[in-house]
Design a protein. Structure first.
Length: 117
């Protein structure tokens, strides 16, 4: 059975044979309304061929959510979006949502755009 809290991400270009993953339950965030930014701390684990974490190669990546990035109604980056990413996260705090899916989408987007390298 696959753990849906674990998200596999692309391997690092310098180490293509090593798997990497993110445990979504370990992602932290800092909310700064004065500067209008949400910073996600995404801990990326690098694994050896046996699936053990290589601590020296595992590190956090920081993803900033500001209003410079426009998003669609699902929170996915979209240049044609009508709301800034910070405002989107701020609105989420005022309504019940499934944050897991949004967080997973943000990490997948960061991975696809090489922000986890």
């Amino acid at each position: 059975m696959e753990n849906e809290n674990i998200l596999s991400v692309y391997s690092h270009p310098d180490y293509p044979s090593l798997a990497r993953q993110v445990d979504l339950t370990e992602v932290g965030f800092t909310y700064d309304p004065k500067n209008k930014i949400v910073v996600l701390e995404v801990p990326v684990q690098t694994l050896d061929p046996d699936g053990n974490t290589i601590k020296e190669m595992s590190k956090p990546y920081f993803l900033n959510a500001t209003n410079e990035t426009k998003v669609n109604q699902l929170g996915q980056p979209d240049p044609q979006g009508e709301i800034g990413e910070f405002d989107f996260f701020q609105a989420l705090a005022k309504s019940p949502v499934v944050i897991f899916d949004l967080l997973k989408g943000k990490v997948q987007w960061a991975d696809a755009t090489n922000r986890l390298h």
